[in-house]
Design a protein around this ligand. Structure first.
Ligand SMILES: *Cc1c(COP(=O)(O)O)cnc(C)c1O
Length: 488
């Protein structure tokens, strides 16, 4: 940074400096030969702690050098083809550039008078996403930092819609008393953020009822009907049904059309958590898998998962934009109620807020929706081919057919020994090589390994290479065990 710290001369000068700095930083990125370089976490933490925050280096080149050593050297590279763990993606180039622009301008999205055209861009993208869902013109939405917040906001709207319906009844009990009768129904494989949201919303600990799933992982509709009947008998109020379009582990999509019919008939808010599966909205090949999503009242879409956007970028989209009024608070200094222009803070749980819409806009304007969807289609198809290989390979067991881009499997030890105790050790040992990353999870109470395929550049050969690494690593571990040495 040669000019003043706050770059008060021109944004253009700032951008020149930023570009130079980024070029230096990206040298390390270009040099990344494997998903990560193994290092002990305590050593890394010590290294960071040794840096004296009260003793500045004075120039940004030195800072970059320090960052390169302290952070980038230890980064995990999501653009590497053998990075197969976590729902985190390689990112679209226009999005990264747009991210820098947004930071340089430092737009904040709370009010029109701080954002102007940026608010219009954001609102345009929200109504475009709503159209992709199939919502009517009255739809609206809000950008959020992630699916966790999108789910929270959707459930807050559902709660307040539900409470509003009983508020004006004669002898209505106070709000907390009525809130105690609210229940959220979600499949046992739904994301934990549903439970977190219920807690934040002050609902009872048992307010989220986990519905059993069918053998394929989809929410059981008969079970839903049974629970709804039980709730009616107990005078409890089903405030929302949460369907998942792309469960985090199996990637399964709950039966959206049937759930929309049931919820529509009973007047229950249907929230579709499409944090993972939302990318199918632009899929040229697999959009039909989301059929029925247009019957939802609210939808969560994580652009930072299957739309290849940098963290963070998510939205909650609602069928009826008026429901967003439950988030509104009018402060005299910020957003008086009679402002003629749209103030996005009126619809958000945040106040100062990033212009995360810009990166998605830049990506769409560069390559268009089909190209984004085609990237997702590539990894969905790859998952199917990987599953095909696993099914034929006697060294492995395929846990279930892939629904999106995750593949769940186990390594089978020799002599038909129990595979379950090895899952954790294999995952860690593969991680320790730095040559690949593999995830682990539990399905129906049993551990398994998991590939989260989100890199369209990953080939079947790359995955096969990782499977060989898993096999070799596992053999090594079990052999070590037979010689009596303790497991790592
Ligand atoms: C990832 C995920 C979330 C949480 O989203 P974040 O963006 O990580 O906050 C919620 N629901 C599902 C189904 C997910 O896969």
């Amino acid at each position: 940074m040669t000019s003043s710290l706050l770059h008060q001369d021109t944004v253009a000068e700032l951008m020149r400096e930023v570009t130079a700095a980024a070029a230096a930083g990206s040298a390390r990125i270009a040099a990344a030969r494997q998903p990560h370089e193994p290092a002990d976490h305590a050593e890394i933490a010590q290294e960071i702690e040794r840096i004296d925050l009260d003793a500045p280096l004075g120039d940004f080149d030195s800072v970059l050098a320090e960052l390169d050593h302290a952070w980038l050297r230890h980064a995990v590279w999501f653009h590497h083809p053998r990075t197969l763990a976590h729902l985190n993606c390689p990112v679209a180039v226009p999005a990264v550039a747009a991210e820098t622009l947004a930071a340089a301008v430092n737009v904040s999205m709370d009010t029109w008078d701080q954002s102007k055209a940026a608010t219009a861009v954001e609102r345009s993208l929200l109504s475009w996403t709503a159209q992709r869902i199939g919502f009517p013109a009255a739809a609206d939405g809000m950008f959020t930092p992630g699916g966790t917040t999108s789910n929270l906001q959707a459930l807050m709207l559902a709660r307040d819609e539900s409470l509003e319906r009983t508020a004006h009844l004669p002898a209505a009990a106070p709000r907390p008393v009525r809130a105690a009768a609210l229940r959220i129904l979600a499949s046992a494989e739904s994301h934990f953020s549903v439970v977190t949201a219920a807690r934040i919303l002050g609902l009872d600990d048992d307010s989220v009822i986990p519905l059993p799933v069918e053998g394929d992982g989809r929410m059981s509709v008969p079970a839903l009907r049974r629970v709804l009947a039980d709730l009616a008998e107990q005078n409890l109020t089903p405030m929302a049904v949460v369907a998942t379009a792309g469960t985090t582990d199996r990637g399964v999509i709950d039966p959206l059309r049937r759930l929309a019919e049931i919820c529509g008939a009973a007047g229950i808010w249907l929230h579709v958590d499409a944090a993972y599966g939302g990318g199918l909205l632009v899929s040229p090949a697999h959009r039909d898998r989301l059929a029925g999503i247009e019957g939802a009242d609210s939808v969560t879409v994580d652009y930072h998962k299957t739309w290849f956007q940098p963290v963070s970028c998510s939205a909650v989209v609602v069928r009826d934009g008026r429901t967003l009024r439950h988030c509104a608070h009018h402060a005299a200094y910020l957003n008086p109620a009679d402002t003629p222009e749209p103030n996005q803070v009126d619809r958000s749980l945040q106040t100062t807020r990033r212009f995360d819409a810009l990166k998605l806009w830049a990506t769409l304007r560069t390559v268009g929706p089909d190209a984004i969807g085609a990237l997702l289609d590539t990894v969905v198809d790859l998952a199917a081919r990987v599953a095909g290989n696993l099914r034929e390979d006697p060294r492995f067991e395929l846990v279930c057919e892939p629904s999106l881009s995750t593949v769940l499997f186990r390594w089978l030890p020799p002599e038909a020994a129990d595979p379950d105790p090895w899952v954790r050790a294999i995952r860690r040992a593969v991680w320790d090589t730095g040559r690949a990353t593999v995830a682990e999870t539990e399905i129906a109470g049993r551990p398994c390994l998991k590939f989260t395929l989100l890199n369209p550049d990953t080939t079947l050969e790359d995955v096969q290479e990782v499977l060989e690494l898993v096999h070799e690593t596992a053999l090594h571990l079990t052999a070590r065990d037979h010689t009596g040495k303790a497991l790592a």
